[in-house]
Design a protein around this ligand. Structure first.
Ligand code: HEM
Length: 504
């Protein structure tokens, strides 16, 4: 076959086009001001889906997975990729992660995929930003601060724990994660809306909520019958139920009780006043319906979203965290012994049958360290979604404006250069290493740091106090936590249980 002769007039436009493309690419990769920095190295994968499937590929949650391991060793802890339909910078670097989260709203902004927005709704805290975020967040902070030291909340945890143990009577094996999901969902629904687990509306609410949750872990296909479509519908039903409850409450409460938002340690909600010691009988709805001016301005959809945010935030994460602790303690007999001793001592001091209080929680130092270590090793939230609002320069890297930025929280948690024996579950490291708090961030950071972290720690500590004094447990050999990236256990955490004769 004869080739077409390539003379200069033919080649010229081709060369020009090539040159223009190269210049364009260079412009995108170099910093516009001083040209000092490059976009981090990495690969972009397939058109549109990029490397999303590899990035989301399941792995043990006490590791960062092959995708991140390979790229971090090839390109460094900050690298580029193409994820969730956008060019992206992925960071496993502790300093860079902190920088991203601290600069929320200035250089970076939360930016969750469209599909998640479809389920969460436009007023979810995870979606809104700026002043709107500040206003709605204050309510979540108030709720957490109010509840964590409230005796009413403490007694709810204990009552639900006892009724759960009662339902285990005569059973030798339980699906632990499933049981914990029932426990935390009932607790959140009771605390947020004062609905008891036995009420018919509770059954409906719990059912819809679980369908709603499944939407997060499904393919975002909005076709009839898909998990995603069911979740969108379940959210609409939940929204109607909450609106109905709000209406009834507004009718029955002529003078809504004032919100009490300060905990014993003085951590108060965002400008919402406190009127007494926190011994309220109220629920989260009471806070929402209070006369405080910033809350009064909320429309009904914002109120519904606040309720769902709290239940959603408090339910899945806390149930998984309790399960992770049960898993790690089983594998670490020395830690289990120290844990048990702490709770036996507290109970001995307290006397049989006496309710736990805030002062008991403050004595649970080892338990808090166990919880922190389980968050570090278990990596409940593997990464967060952000985008760059402008070109950003950090440690010689250029982060181009508009790119997705994914701080991987699991990166620093499992970084061997930051933690001695980094794969070892070792609660004592939290007293040995004074700097460890700066090298882990399981609850995020900056203006969006989890408002429920303290509340979660109290739920975990109180539930486990009774568990360790009531049951002995053995985790089945083939169980381990998997990051999907949401954390699940291989077989739902099958656990053998045996009641213990209480000595205290
Ligand atoms: C059990 C452990 C928990 C973990 C590991 C956890 C983790 C996180 C993380 C990493 C974020 C940051 C999200 C981001 O920056 O995009 C977050 C935000 C949030 N969490 Fe938690 N969380 C936990 C428990 C709770 C509880 C108990 C509640 C509610 C009572 C809650 C409510 C929320 C809410 C409402 C947000 C959104 C905050 C905002 O955007 O300003 N979380 N959580």
């Amino acid at each position: 076959m004869d080739m077409m002769p390539l003379d200069l007039p033919t080649l010229f436009p081709l060369l020009l086009a090539l040159l223009a493309t190269a210049l364009l690419l260079l412009r995108r990769q170099k910093h516009p001001k001083n040209g000092c920095c490059n976009v981090p190295k990495g690969t972009m994968g397939w058109p549109f889906i990029g490397e999303t499937l590899e990035f989301l590929s399941p792995h043990r949650s006490n590791s960062i997975g092959t995708f991140l391991q390979q790229r971090c060793s090839r390109y460094g802890k900050v690298f580029k990729s193409h994820l969730f339909g956008s060019p992206a910078i992925v960071s496993c670097d502790n300093e860079f992660n902190m920088f991203i989260l601290q600069n929320e709203g200035k250089l970076f902004q939360a930016s969750y995929p469209k599909a998640m927005q479809g389920i969460l709704g436009q007023y979810s805290l995870l979606i809104v930003s700026g002043e709107h975020h500040r206003k709605l967040r204050g309510i979540a902070v108030s709720f957490s601060a109010m509840s964590k030291s409230s005796p009413v909340f403490h007694s709810r945890i204990e009552k639900l724990a006892f009724s759960m143990f009662e339902s285990w009577r005569g059973r030798r094996e339980i699906s632990f994660l499933e049981e914990m999901k029932k426990f935390t969902l009932s607790l959140m629904v009771k605390t947020v809306l004062s609905i008891d687990p036995e009420e018919p509306v509770a059954m409906r609410f719990l059912q819809d909520f679980r369908t709603y949750m499944k939407g997060f872990i499904s393919l975002p296909l909005n076709v009839p019958g898909s998990a995603y479509a069911k979740a969108v519908k379940a959210r609409a039903r939940l929204s109607r139920t909450v609106k109905e409850i709000i209406k009834q409450r507004e009718m029955t409460t002529t003078t809504p009780a004032p919100a009490r938002t300060c905990s014993n340690d003085g951590n108060c909600g965002d400008g919402i006043t406190t009127t007494s010691s926190g011994e309220e009988n109220g629920d989260f709805l009471e806070v929402i319906l209070s006369k405080h001016s910033s809350i009064r301005q909320m429309n009904d959809d914002e109120k519904v979203s606040s309720v769902l945010d709290i239940v959603l935030g408090g339910y899945e994460t806390t149930s998984t965290l309790i399960s992770l602790i049960v898993y790690f303690l089983h594998r670490s007999p020395a830690a289990l012994l120290a844990f048990k001793e702490e709770h036996e001592a507290i109970r001995r001091n307290k006397g049989k049958g006496q309710p736990l209080g805030w002062e008991d929680y403050q004595k649970m130092d080892f338990t808090r360290n166990v919880t922190k270590e389980a968050v570090r090793c278990g990596n409940l939230v593997k990464f967060l979604h952000r985008k760059a609002l402008q070109d950003v320069e950090f440690k010689g890297h250029l982060i181009p404006r508009g790119w997705k930025v994914l701080p991987v929280l699991a990166g620093p948690n499992l970084d061997s250069s930051l933690h001695h024996d980094h794969l070892q579950f070792n609660p004592w490291r939290w007293t040995e290493d004074k700097e460890i708090g700066k090298k882990t961030m399981g609850y995020g950071g900056g203006p969006r740091v989890c408002p429920g972290s303290d509340l979660a720690k109290v739920m975990v500590a109180f539930f486990l106090h009774h568990l360790v004094l009531t049951y002995r447990w053995k985790v089945k050999e083939d169980e381990y936590p998997i990051a999907y990236p949401y954390v699940e256990f291989r077989n739902g955490l099958h656990v053998e249980i045996e009641p213990v004769e209480s000595h205290v």
